[in-house]
Design a protein around this ligand. Sequence first.
Ligand SMILES: *Cc1c(COP(=O)(O)O)cnc(C)c1O
Length: 388
Amino acid sequence: MDLVSSRIAQLAPSLTLSITAKAKQMKEAGEEVFSFGAGEPDFDTPEHIKQAATEALALGETKYTAAAGLPALREAISAKFLADNSLEYTPAQISVNCGAKHSCYNAILACCDEGDEVIIPAPYWTSYTEMVKMVGAVPVIVETTEENGWKMTPEQFENAMTGLTKMVIINSPSNPTGAVYTRDELAALGEVALSEDIVILSDEIYEKVIYDGAEHVSMASISKELYDLTITVNGFSKAYSMTGWRLGYTAAPYDIAKAITNIQSHSTSNPTTFAQYGGIAALEGDQQIVTDMVDEFDVRRQYALARFSTLNNVSVVAPEGAFYFLVNCESMGLKSVNIAERLLSRYGVAVVPGVAFGADTTLRFSYATSLETIKNGLDRFEDFARSH
Ligand SMILES: *Cc1c(COP(=O)(O)O)cnc(C)c1O
């Protein structure tokens, strides 16, 4: 008898693990490795946020809170939605979770039955497909193209719909592509979702990490009808450099919000109590820290974009958000894992192979690393690209 359930046995093993392990091994052996692998900001959590958590801890805020999170934090999130996104969510519609990854999982578990289909545009964040499988639902992948800026068109969405479609996942700004959907593009996708009452999971974790005057629009803010179909996911990890705090949140129509809180009350209960105080400080404190971080990312983005565009056998779409370049290496005629392995072993450059995002001709370069690393790493990538 199999000890592991068939649901879990079918999950993809982490394809990035071997690259990460090899990079570590090389570093330990004293070799120079330039890593573009980071999936988190390379800045420390701002001081006032750390202080708020430290104070909470000193004051004995070490017990359970409401399963959905501290009322004061949900109030702060509610105020954030109104101010930033023109969205009216009451604290009862908000659930604070153990990271936005957990928020996505809760949302999928709350809405999807066995056999339901979930439409996911590729390239996608690597966890969506596995989360969908974990709840017994079926990921349906829509391949977007570089020509369309790696965005799903309404026609593609419509063609992927069947009688079993329950949900669609939209991630704007996108990890790994950096694509940002415009208001009109979201509205057009929303129309398609409305035609069959498809739940929209809108992962807006990179909302604040946006460039070139691009505008972040929340799907739920487009119309009352879309508000009633949308679960908005956001969190603290990316905007406030708080990845290790494990704090994210969902905002949803009442029925779904209640279901999410119910799931949470029987699985994790509340996210860490003193971390939640840090969350309040992040939302209520000075937002200049976010702007400063994004400005720094933008310097790196522009530098890397200029470098990539001098190479004629790779192509990139200028990212408008997040902190990644998805580099298309199709003309090399190799699988992404093979390219990534070669890049690492012969050139000391670590990247994430695109197969992890359902895009096997691509590589993901994170620029959440120093300009110095980016410069040196791209010098080497240039040598690699010119010889392939
Ligand atoms: C980082 C990330 C998340 C979640 O981050 P948490 O640390 O769990 O809050 C969610 N979605 C995408 C696309 C991400 O890149």
